[in-house]
Design a protein around this ligand. Structure first.
Ligand code: ADP
Length: 420
């Protein structure tokens, strides 16, 4: 089996997002959680494989080591090109990890230069004159300047990258992109001659990203967000509409939510408003030793098997602050992840075959608890939120892993109705 393209994503739900983009471009796409080992196999006939790492905010040397191991594995499966996927808001610390990881991937591939473009027009992320915009604001004027882990206070991608690499950084401006694929290729050749290693490209639209994708098709390493990945996917010969990936039928449906993001709280409210059964987990009681998992399962067993259920730890900002004050942030998170992981495993044992998980960290806890290493990407319920298909010892499972702020407010109700 030969892959057309391999991808390394620097966080979990970013992996889901970019996998959905490859599928939109018509590629049969697998998503692998964590660095694969020699025993990790891919579903048959995959065109693209995305390895989802958690390397965005880890020490740079760890992020580099994991990314190189992932690149090597992708090469072993036949991928000639490796796409490094990071956030469309270029989330990184002043000295990493985007620059160091990209340099390491380029060194390993023996490649002279790469193209970098985090534009994601459907999400309002565009790049002009190397400056990253979030809707109508420069990145540095947007709410991302207050991000708790990686505050983004500069919008200039060449400047941000230059701080993360010892190599030269250049720009392909929009005028060149609009001049077409050959003009971009010529600009890349000129940059290579000048010793530039990281070429930032402007893009305002999906059409711009399609031009960049076609121009970058032969580069061993390309970097960006889901937008350029889709452009690259469309440029592959014989890409077409995605092939249907049927989801398992039968069994029960459940949502597990651990995200406290505003959009997830709205999705929980819509589920409740639709008259569907939901249960809030008492994190403080669990920390005090009460067997909340057994209580939740007893509740689940009394519910109508034909209706989806929602079990959530998600809390409003006030409630979250109160729990965190009492337990500490790390202990609170550990409690929630243990509860939701254990519940996922027991629900699948009890016949749940459609499972929707809300929250990036929560998704990690659930896939770990279910020991799921690889999934195949199926249709999107909302942009960047695909269903996936996987197997468990108890049967096939339709699994949706969504980042806290992704999906429309009615996602939980609609996604589970559509697949039942
Ligand atoms: P998102 O994708 O929205 O960031 P995550 O699952 O990544 O969602 O993160 C949500 C975090 O909030 C997790 O670390 C989770 O453990 C924590 N959390 C969820 N509910 C509660 C709660 N009731 N009390 C304390 N922490 C919580």
């Amino acid at each position: 089996m030969t892959l057309r393209i391999g991808c390394i994503a620097d966080d979990f739900t970013g992996g889901t997002d970019v996998a959905a983009a490859f599928r939109r471009a018509g590629l049969r796409t697998a998503l692998v959680f964590g660095v694969p080992d020699a025993d990790t196999s891919l579903p048959a006939d995959c065109d693209a494989a995305v390895i989802a790492l958690k390397s965005r905010s880890t020490p740079a040397d760890e992020a580099v080591a994991e990314s190189l191991a992932a690149q090597k594995w992708l090469w072993s499966k036949g991928a000639a090109q490796v796409y490094f996927k990071y956030c469309s808001t270029f989330d990184s610390t002043p000295d990493g990890n985007i620059g160091p990881v990209t340099d390491a991937l380029l060194d390993a591939a023996g490649a002279p230069l790469t193209l970098a473009c985090p534009a994601s027009p459907p999400n309002g992320r565009t790049v002009y004159q190397g400056h990253l915009f979030v809707h109508d604001q420069l990145l540095s004027d947007s709410p991302l300047r207050h991000h708790p882990l990686n505050p983004m206070t500069d919008s200039s991608l060449p400047r941000l990258l230059a701080a993360q690499t010892p190599h030269r950084v250049g720009l392909v401006p929009l005028t060149t992109v609009r001049a077409g694929v050959d003009a971009v290729r010529e600009a890349l050749v000129a940059h290579e001659r000048d010793g530039v290693r990281h070429v930032v490209a402007d893009a305002l639209t999906d059409e711009d990203l399609a031009v960049l994708g076609a121009a970058a098709l032969e580069l061993p390493v390309v970097t960006g967000a889901a937008g350029l990945a889709e452009g690259l996917g469309h440029a592959y010969p014989a890409s077409g509409p995605a092939v249907a990936e049927p989801l398992p039928t039968g069994g029960r449906s459940a949502v597990l939510a651990g995200s406290c993001s505003a959009r997830t709280l709205e999705q929980i409210a819509e589920f409740y408003a639709a008259g569907l059964p939901s249960l809030h987990l008492d994190v403080l009681a669990a920390a005090a030793g009460r067997d909340i998992v057994t209580e939740a399962l007893a509740w689940y067993d009394t519910q109508d098997a034909d209706r989806p259920v929602l079990v959530y730890a998600s809390a409003s900002p006030d409630e979250l602050a109160a729990v965190q004050r009492q337990l500490g942030v790390a202990e609170a998170a550990a409690q929630v992840e243990e509860l939701l992981g254990a519940l996922a495993a027991r629900l699948v044992e009890r016949g749940v075959r459609r499972l929707l998980v809300a929250g990036g960290e929560t998704s990690g806890a659930v896939t770990t608890a279910l020991d799921i290493r690889t999934v195949l990407v199926a249709d999107e319920a909302d942009p960047g939120v695909p269903w996936t298909r996987t197997t468990t010892p108890h049967g096939d499972l339709a699994l949706m892993l969504k980042s806290g702020n992704f999906g429309a407010p009615d996602l939980f109700v609609r996604a589970l109705k559509e697949t039942s």
